[in-house]
Design a protein around this ligand. Structure first.
Ligand code: HEM
Ligand SMILES: *[C@@H]1O[C@H](CO)[C@@H](O)[C@H](O)[C@H]1NC(C)=O
Ligand SMILES: *[C@@H]1O[C@H](CO)[C@@H](O)[C@H](O)[C@H]1NC(C)=O
Ligand SMILES: *[C@@H]1O[C@H](CO)[C@@H](O)[C@H](O)[C@H]1NC(C)=O
Ligand SMILES: *[C@@H]1O[C@H](CO)[C@@H](O)[C@H](O)[C@H]1NC(C)=O
Ligand SMILES: *[C@@H]1O[C@H](CO)[C@@H](O)[C@H](O)[C@H]1NC(C)=O
Length: 694
């Protein structure tokens, strides 16, 4: 499912005969970042000019990508030898390679002392691009590619693999080891534990996909291509798989490389391994509410009166509350099934807000929280202008998310032991880069996929099933019409905090809705989230599990028996052996998922180590961390520490009256539930300017 699909190629024609290579054809570079390319005024005239060229190219169906370049020649050849430096420079300019090498202007220090930018630039004043949107993911280990710089591991069956064992097809790993029909409910935590994880993830990272969903060679859509033709990298379905009757492969496109890495690095006369791009700001800054660029944030703001509000959508019956605004533009995945509904997608700060209904409900909750706070701040400070109200409310919303994440959510994931490793906050450290680590986004944090129930429960005021019934998960993908037509967001939210979550058991990882029915309404061949995660890991050059064990100071591993401390179940070690042959081959994501939980936590040892690494950086490297002295007044911090998801639910759900004080903790209604007026709240009066002139 693509969130954007603008096709932009920049091409030169090459005609060349040399001893080890002969090329006659187009060298085309896929522009890596359309937004910057198009927005960059310097290029706007070229864009229109180029449109004709691109039309011409697609009508001729004559595009060839440079993968025809024989690999063994790389050491002897450089693009410089093929194309003159002037043209290389021109391609780099036109493809957007140079345009997105931004050097942000942090000179408006009065602003940067007070507020975050939308794109995360100027948070770190010495390194203003740290944590910014549209920059490369960080690496804690060098990437591992089949050819050393851009091809996924295992892409060719008899290749340079360092071991004699071929890598298993991701789909086989999924069916043999990941998919499960059996679910064990969590004995302590609610399904909200899962939902906060996904919502948080969508504040942290989204990988930029290839801009085109069609193969470069002839323009055929990747959904109907079963060979590895860039950017398509389909997930093969083995012969004896029930899916094979339907299709030989599942849709997958590679992530967009950073310009100047992978193939395009040759253009810059150097070889850098392929790196991927994070479209979001790394910081926990509520970018899922406000967007990760100035342009996105402007689209979300309501400028009709100077009240600092976000745009509202439809009002809900008998209340002053509103739904999110609709997203304008071409029809999207939300209206694929014309028989079900013509309701378009909702618009929020993250493009994935409609991916499943419970997530949409969370986005609705938080956009309302912004408007609630903004309204209250205006009452307290009628002299503030719209921008001040907006920025102050945004700051409070982001701080609440940090507090909920570190004080309520992480302690349940990491346990006491992990919280000790994370350590207390010791103030801002400008030497820490908060950027999201590639293996965190591509493997570790996808642990949340193992916490998802196959059913979204929908509960009424007394926590019974609503007349429309509960929803099998596949019916909740991209279906915002159900919020409008089937009872609003409350039933979904109660289903999150009123029902146990799924426990990760090493033999029960992903429910079948996710491995067999993912986005089945929008794709003729349903996707498989487990296989996708594994394929994505290889796409991104994520090193195998054993390398991360070394990073994390775990015992070294020579055979599968040596994994017995972390993976106790001999059946699982046996499965790994059958699939991978050698421990050196095991993909990171599935290995992290089959590690046993450390008692009192929801993670295994390697996952713990990766989480600690990332969450320390996100906290310590954020100049606007809510506890960093000077960001808020001490009185304000005291108030922010009253924040809870329970209170946000009470204020902003359609009409929820009863919650647990900690909505991540399971309770049996009505025991353990409180009336909303008993839940502590943030007293916004300490945001009133009353000491003017001091
Ligand atoms: C019903 C719930 C969910 C669905 C349907 C879902 C689906 C997906 C899909 C389709 C992708 C993109 C896969 C790819 O092409 O590489 C993805 C990525 C991801 N998911 Fe989920 N997910 C869900 C819940 C969660 C949860 C609960 C978490 C974490 C606690 C999570 C963490 C992530 C992360 C970190 C990524 C990578 C994002 C990026 O940087 O691109 N997801 N998910
Ligand atoms: C590419 O862009 C740079 C910086 O804007 C400029 O100095 C250079 O002349 C451009 N090169 C070509 C060939 O257009
Ligand atoms: C940076 O921004 C300031 C004001 O925001 C402006 O006056 C200045 O010219 C800008 N500098 C550059 C190099 O763009
Ligand atoms: C919509 O309904 C019509 C008639 O029942 C059917 O022919 C058509 O295939 C349906 N469309 C989809 C996308 O299911
Ligand atoms: C909630 O649902 C249950 C079961 O469907 C029903 O018995 C109960 O009356 C409903 N409560 C309300 C307040 O509608
Ligand atoms: C591994 O051990 C070394 C040496 O004791 C230490 O410096 C390093 O921080 C440890 N790594 C992790 C990820 O804990």
């Amino acid at each position: 499912v693509g969130y954007s699909s603008i096709h932009i190629y920049v091409c030169v024609y090459i005609y060349l005969f040399q001893p080890c290579i002969s090329i006659m054809g187009w060298l085309c570079v896929e522009s890596s970042i359309n937004e910057h390319w198009i927005m960059h005024s310097q290029y706007s005239h070229t864009v229109t000019h180029f449109q004709h060229f691109i039309n011409y190219l697609s009508s001729r169906v004559f595009l060839s990508y440079f993968n025809i370049f024989p690999l063994f020649c790389i050491s002897e050849f450089r693009y410089n030898d093929l194309v003159s430096p002037h043209y290389l420079n021109l391609i780099a300019n036109l493809s957007g390679c140079t345009a997105h090498r931004r050097s942000p202007n942090c000179s408006d220090i009065c602003f940067h002392q007070k507020y975050r930018t939308h794109d995360g630039t100027c948070n770190n004043l010495q390194n203003p691009m740290w944590g910014a949107s549209m920059t490369a993911f960080e690496r804690i280990l060098k990437p591992v590619y089949e050819n050393g710089f851009n091809l996924p591991r295992g892409v060719s069956p008899n290749s340079f693999s360092t071991t004699q064992y071929p890598l298993p097809l991701p789909r086989i790993v999924s069916t043999k080891m990941v998919g499960t029909a059996t679910i064990t409910p969590d004995d302590r935590y609610t399904h909200m534990l899962m939902q906060w994880g996904q919502f948080l993830d969508h504040d942290l990272d989204q990988t930029v996909p290839a801009l085109s969903m069609s193969r470069f060679s002839d323009g055929q859509s990747c959904s109907s291509v079963c060979t590895n033709d860039p950017p398509c990298f389909p997930i093969l379905v083995p012969q004896n798989d029930a899916r094979a009757a339907n299709s030989q492969c599942m849709f997958f496109v590679r992530s967009s490389p950073v310009c100047g890495s992978g193939m395009t690095s040759l253009m810059m006369s150097s070889v850098y391994a392929r790196e991927q791009i994070n479209q979001l700001t790394a910081y926990i800054d509520a970018s899922n509410v406000y967007g990760s660029s100035d342009r996105e944030s402007e689209e979300l703001r309501d400028h009709t009166d100077q009240r600092g509000l976000l745009k509202k959508g439809l009002p809900i019956p008998s209340s002053e509350k509103h739904l999110l605004p609709f997203s304008t533009g071409p029809p999207t995945e939300c209206t694929r099934d014309e028989n079900e509904s013509l309701i378009p997608c909702f618009l929020a700060g993250d493009h994935r807000a409609n991916e499943q209904l419970a997530l949409t409900a969370m986005h609705t909750l938080w956009f309302r929280e912004h408007n609630r706070i903004a309204t209250e701040l205006f009452t307290l400070n009628p002299h503030w202008d719209g921008d001040t109200i907006y920025n102050e409310a945004r700051k409070i919303v982001g701080a609440q998310m940090q507090h909920i994440t570190y004080s309520h959510w992480l302690p349940k994931i990491l346990g006491d032991r992990g919280m000790k490793m994370l350590g207390h906050y010791k103030g801002y450290n400008p030497n820490v880069n908060s950027g999201i680590i590639n293996s965190f986004a591509t493997a570790a944090f996808r642990f949340g996929h193992t916490l998802i129930n196959p059913i979204l429960y929908r509960l009424n005021d007394t926590f019974g099933e609503i007349p429309e019934g509960h929803l099998p998960l596949h019916k909740a993908f991209f279906s915002p019409f159900r919020i409008i037509q089937e009872g609003g967001i409350d039933p979904l939210l109660r289903g999150l905090f009123g029902v146990a979550g799924k426990l990760r058991v090493p033999s029960q990882l992903l429910n079948l809705e996710l491995t067999e029915k993912l986005f089945s309404m929008a794709h003729s061949v349903a996707l498989d989230l487990a296989a996708t995660n594994i394929q994505r890991g290889r796409d991104h050059g994520i090193p195998p599990y054993t390398d991360f064990r070394v990073f994390c100071n775990l015992t070294s591993v020579e055979n599968f028996e040596d994994l017995h401390n972390e993976i106790k179940d001999p059946n699982i070690r046996e499965k790994l052996k059958k699939l991978y042959g050698t421990p050196l081959n095991i993909d990171l994501w599935p290995a992290l998922m089959v590690e046993d939980l450390i008692p009192g936590t929801r993670v295994g040892p390697t996952l713990m180590c990766l989480f600690i690494t990332q969450f320390q950086r996100l906290r310590d490297g954020d100049r606007f961390w809510y506890e960093n002295p000077g960001v808020f007044t001490p009185a304000q911090v005291t108030q922010l520490k009253q924040a809870s998801l329970a209170h946000v639910l009470c204020e902003n759900a359609d009409n929820i009256q009863q919650v647990q004080a900690d909505v991540f903790l399971k309770a049996e209604y009505p025991q353990g539930y409180m009336n909303c007026n008993e839940i502590p709240k943030i007293d916004l009066r300490v945001w009133q300017d009353c000491c003017e002139g001091q």
